[in-house]
Structure formats: structure tokens, C-alpha cells
Design a binder for this molecule. Structure first.
Ligand code: OAD
Length: 248
């Protein structure tokens, strides 16, 4: 592991532009459940009944309650050492971009600034009729909620069958195609188009590093696979980087 981390840091020292692509695993050590692990959400629940616009119209009470439950968990947890290491890294590079599939806002809370959120953000909600935005703060409704105009209010997250927010995706693709080093952290990398990000980076010549306790479809493509938890490995990379840069 030490040798592999040194290899990654060598590339980082030369890099001008870095992309960190993250998934649910980066928040696992904070206590946010992942989707496809043994105890993941999609083992117990059917995505088509919860993360889908027609399901929301069919049963807005259930979907609203489910997102309230998740938003409450996300409010109660804190960013972990992995999020903080990513946020600190941003200071040391000309261009540094976080591209996340997570809706939990933990990268921002850890201090990351340049973030593309491909699947939305659970903190934002909007009316499906007039598009007015709502901040629900610390209220966690267990039934559907309605706008002044009578429209249903939904979370501003991407559901199955929906398009990704165009600006976020375009910005992420641009960053991926021009980066020198790309990390794929805590994601099974099976949900497209988001999972094109590390692929585009690699195809455009970036050095691809995967951080995950388990192998994924991307592992074969990665230049280095660091097998383990992101909350442990990312701080090791950061501290080796600072050591080699003379910042420690
Ligand atoms: P998944 O649940 O598919 O994958 C989580 C990954 O994190 C797995 O590969 C785990 O091995 C890894 N993992 C678990 N603990 C970890 C840790 N401590 N450190 C690092 N890695 C760890 O979650 P995503 O890849 O994020 O989409 O799923 C992608 C999308 O599928 C989500 O954004 C969501 C879901 O359906 C939408 O809701 C649109």
C-alpha cells in the first residue's frame, strides 16, 4: 500500500488538474447507507417504488416520507476524514474538481468549493408545477407537501429515468477530459451516465486511481487500485503529498 500511495503522490506532484469522482462509499464512514453493498438501500427497497417520478405521483406521501427520513440522517451525520482530505486537497492544485453522485451535501460541509452534483442535492426541494424552490430546514414531513400554487413539492434529486442536470454534467465531463489525475472513490461505477466520468478521464490520458474496499467494473481500467476505506486512504495520500511538497 505504501508503495502504491507513493506512486499516486508522484503523479499528484506533477498534476495541474485533478478530478475526484465520488459515490455513496465516501459517506459510508459518516453513517450514510450505500445502495448496493450487503446492507445497501437497494437490497431492501425497490428503486422503482421510491426514486421515480411516476412512483412519486402515485404515492407522494411514501416518497416524501422516505426523503425526509434520508435528509434527517444526512443532517445528523458529519463529514468524515475522507471528505476533509478531499476538501483540503483543493488548495494545492490549479484546478481541482469534485464530481459527486451523492446528494448528501457532505463535500460542501467539509469545505469543498468546486463541486458538480450529478444527482442533485437533498437540501433543495421544488414545486413540480411552478418550479419555486423550498428549503425545508429542520422539518421532516411524513406526508406530501404542496406549494402555494397547489403543486406537489419534490426533492431536487435525479430519479431513475430522469436526465442529469445539464450544466453539472457538462462541467464534469469537461473537467474529466482535461484532468491529469482522476480518483474514483467509493462508487460501484455502474450507474450511467455518471460513471462515464472516470472513463472519459482515463480515455483522455489521465492517471486513474480507484479507492474502494471492493473491486468494481472500473478496477481493470485503473492505473492504481487502493483497496480500502476512503476515510483511511485519502488522509494517507494527503499527508504523503504534503510531506513530499515540503508542507509538513
Ligand atoms: P453503490 O452503493 O452502488 O456503491 C458504493 C461503493 O462504495 C461500493 O463499491 C462499495 O464497495 C464502496 N464502499 C463502501 N464503503 C466504503 C468506504 N468506507 N470507502 C470507500 N468505498 C466504500 O453507490 P454509488 O456507486 O454511489 O443514484 O451508486 C450510484 C448511484 O446509484 C447513486 O448515486 C444513486 C444510486 O441509485 C440515484 O439515486 C440517481
Amino acid at each position: 500500500m505504501t508503495e502504491l500511495i507513493k506512486k499516486v503522490v508522484e503523479k499528484l506532484i506533477e498534476a495541474k488538474s485533478v478530478v475526484v469522482f465520488t459515490g455513496a462509499g465516501v459517506s459510508a464512514e459518516s453513517g450514510v447507507p450505500t445502495f448496493r453493498d450487503k446492507d445497501g438501500l437497494w437490497q431492501k427497497l425497490k428503486p422503482e417504488e421510491l426514486a421515480n417520478f411516476n412512483a412519486f405521483l402515485r404515492n407522494p406521501d411514501l416518497v416524501t416520507e422516505w426523503y425526509s427520513h434520508r435528509r434527517k440522517i444526512m443532517h445528523e451525520v458529519k463529514p468524515n476524514a475522507g471528505h476533509y482530505a478531499i476538501a483540503e486537497m483543493e488548495k494545492y492544485f490549479e484546478r481541482f474538481t469534485v464530481v459527486t453522485q451523492n446528494i448528501d451535501n457532505l463535500h460542501r460541509r467539509a469545505g469543498s468549493k468546486n463541486i458538480f452534483e450529478l444527482h442533485g442535492n437533498i437540501e433543495r426541494n421544488y414545486c413540480i408545477k411552478c418550479k419555486k424552490f423550498y428549503d425545508l430546514g429542520d422539518t421532516y414531513p411524513d406526508k406530501a407537501i404542496y406549494c402555494e400554487c397547489g403543486g406537489l413539492i419534490r426533492p431536487d434529486v435525479v430519479w431513475f429515468g430522469e436526465f442529469l442536470p445539464e450544466d453539472e454534467y457538462d462541467g464534469a465531463v469537461k473537467a474529466a477530459k482535461s484532468c491529469d489525475v482522476c480518483f474514483s472513490v467509493g462508487t460501484s461505477a455502474v450507474v450511467f451516465p455518471a460513471a462515464y466520468i472516470p472513463i472519459y478521464a482515463k480515455q483522455s490520458g489521465a492517471f486513474l486511481v480507484e479507492i474502494n474496499p471492493n473491486p468494481t467494473d472500473l478496477s481493470r481500467m485503473a492505473d492504481v487500485v487502493l483497496q480500502g476505506k476512503s476515510g483511511e486512504i485519502l488522509p494517507l495520500i494527503l499527508s504523503e503529498f504534503k510531506k513530499q511538497k515540503g508542507l509538513l
